[in-house]
Design a protein around this ligand. Structure first.
Ligand code: ZN
Length: 109
């Protein structure tokens, strides 16, 4: 998973050195931030990312509530009901993200 992030980032940087990679990881994406951080030094080794920091932003889970007519954050892992009015909803709008948020490249050279 991180290997594909690294290859995407390296391709986007087009030969420039990468200083920092930001990832957005949803609370229900099945991806554990600590595991990503642990495998980052291996994934980045011997690539243009080898000196890059990995910055992970966790995206909280949120459902669309048809009664409130707005997104509501959900804390409990398996709950799919609106925390405000208890309306059941399976419309998960956030929390499944696994995406590159930004890439910082070294523009000095
Ligand atoms: Zn609601």
């Amino acid at each position: 998973m991180l290997t594909s992030v690294v290859s995407t980032v390296v391709a986007a940087a087009a030969g420039r050195k990468i200083k920092e990679v930001g990832l957005r990881v949803g609370a229900r994406s099945g991806v554990v931030a600590e595991a990503l951080e642990a495998s980052w030094p291996i994934a980045r080794a011997e690539t243009a990312c080898q000196e890059a920091n990995l910055v992970i932003t966790e995206v909280p889970a949120a459902v669309w509530c048809p009664s409130c007519e707005q997104e509501q954050p959900i804390d409990e892992f398996f709950a799919l009901t609106c925390p405000v009015c208890d309306t059941p909803t399976a419309d998960l709008r956030h929390g499944k993200e696994f995406e590159i948020a930004y890439v910082d490249v070294d523009t000095q050279d």
